[in-house]
Design a protein around this ligand. Structure first.
Ligand code: SAH
Length: 366
């Protein structure tokens, strides 16, 4: 028996280790590698600065590292490529990046300039398993989770598309996928985004948007002081069960109660997103129910114009209806903003560019 075990171990040692993406590593892990390579631990921080401050694309570019360390790094790691396969530029300044990953999966990130800010909309998964009926990404199904380095790589890629003098000021996890269904990798990415040795982004400038995975939502807010956006879209379980089927697992009451109990609920407003679908969720009764439902919370509502896509079973609510809905929320003392559709000319809504380029893959099921 012992002989067999020894043989196995020898075999395992002989198999060359596959290169992994250094951008997936936490500081402690990189420090361990550096020390095992016979260098001092501070080299790990230098490497992190090259990756996250300067967006280095090769170890050779990390000039202040000793050459042997650069070689050890190159023998063990890759720096995942961040070059977008395609960039669509809208006349309104919105830029949409289609990023091809190592296995040819494609994800989207969108740079959205608004008054005084530049927000990056980040993807957390290739595709999505949440099956929301009004969402183009849902049509793809879940292809796979993004690795931490792939989440962070979108930020590096986006920086290269900025105009002179422009910087990314805000980050929203509202791209493809359900971030809280990829919690462990999201957590690693957030840690690197926020850490002083990483990107040094204030958590107040980060918003994680979720369809309402209650346990992960509670974990997230216990671990990070980020902002939370909850995609609500309905005021009855009947409607929400249909358009956002995760509601069958975490129904409205459970979701709202969980939001009320979150540590940030007392300090900062939670945003509730509400896509306005004509004759589905846009009646005055809906508006009144929504105001009542959110009254116990410090909440704000973001009313979103539905962005239609080929094969979608909904039409956007007319503007007058959206404004009437907003007025009812205001009378109920709720802050409610209208989110205008950005980048319409470049199909910037979630999953749309992917769908345009891969019509067969994104066709509606059945
Ligand atoms: N899964 C997360 C984040 C991705 S979706 C979530 O559900 O929040 C980001 C936002 O885009 C959500 O509020 C979602 O409802 C909205 N959205 C999706 N498809 C849309 C469409 N066709 N038109 C307008 N908003 C859409």
């Amino acid at each position: 028996m012992i002989g067999v075990i020894v043989a196995d171990e020898t075999a395992a040692r002989e198999v060359p280790r596959a290169l992994s993406d250094i951008r997936d590593l936490a500081l402690g892990e990189l420090e361990q590698f550096v020390v095992e390579a016979g260098e001092r631990a501070f080299r790990a921080r230098q490497i992190m600065a090259w990756l996250w401050r300067r967006g280095a694309e090769s170890f050779a570019a990390m000039r202040d590292l000793p050459a042997p360390l650069r070689e050890r790094l190159a023998a063990r790691f890759t720096i995942g490529s961040g070059a977008p396969a395609h960039v669509a530029r809208s006349t309104d300044g919105t830029r949409k990046l289609l990023i091809r990953l190592g296995d040819a999966e494609e994800i989207e990130s969108v740079i959205i300039p608004t008054d005084g800010r530049t927000t990056l909309c980040v993807s957390s998964q290739a595709g999505c398993a949440m099956a929301c009926e009004f969402c183009a990404t849902a049509r793809m199904g879940l292809h796979r989770n993004l690795a931490p380095g792939e989440i962070l790589g979108q930020i590096i890629a986006a920086r290269r598309e900025l105009f002179a003098g422009e910087t990314l000021t805000n980050y929203v996890f509202m791209g493809m996928g359900e971030p809280l269904a990829n919690y462990e990798r999201l957590k690693r990415a957030l840690a690197t985004m926020i850490a002083p040795w990483g990107m040094g982004v204030s958590p107040r400038r980060i918003t994680v948007s979720t369809v309402g995975l209650v346990p992960a939502m509670e974990r997230l807010l216990a671990e990070f002081a980020v902002n939370l956006a909850v995609s609500l879209h309905a005021t009855t379980d009947e409607v929400r069960d249909r358009i956002a089927p995760i509601n069958r697992r975490y129904p409205l009451r459970a979701l709202i109660d969980a939001c009320a109990g979150l540590p940030i609920a007392r300090r900062r407003r939670i945003t509730f997103e509400y896509v306005m679908l004509e004759d589905v969720n846009d009646s005055s009764e809906d508006a009144r129910r929504l105001a009542r439902m959110l009254a116990p919370l410090r909440a704000k509502v973001n009313l979103i114009f539905f962005n239609p896509f080929p094969g979608a079973a909904f039409t956007p609510s007319p503007r007058a209806r959206v404004e009437a809905f907003q007025a009812i929320l205001h009378r109920g003392n709720l802050t409610a903003t209208l989110r205008e559709s950005r980048g319409r000319d470049i199909a910037a809504a979630c999953g749309q560019l992917y769908a345009e380029r891969n019509p067969a893959a994104a066709a509606p099921p059945g």
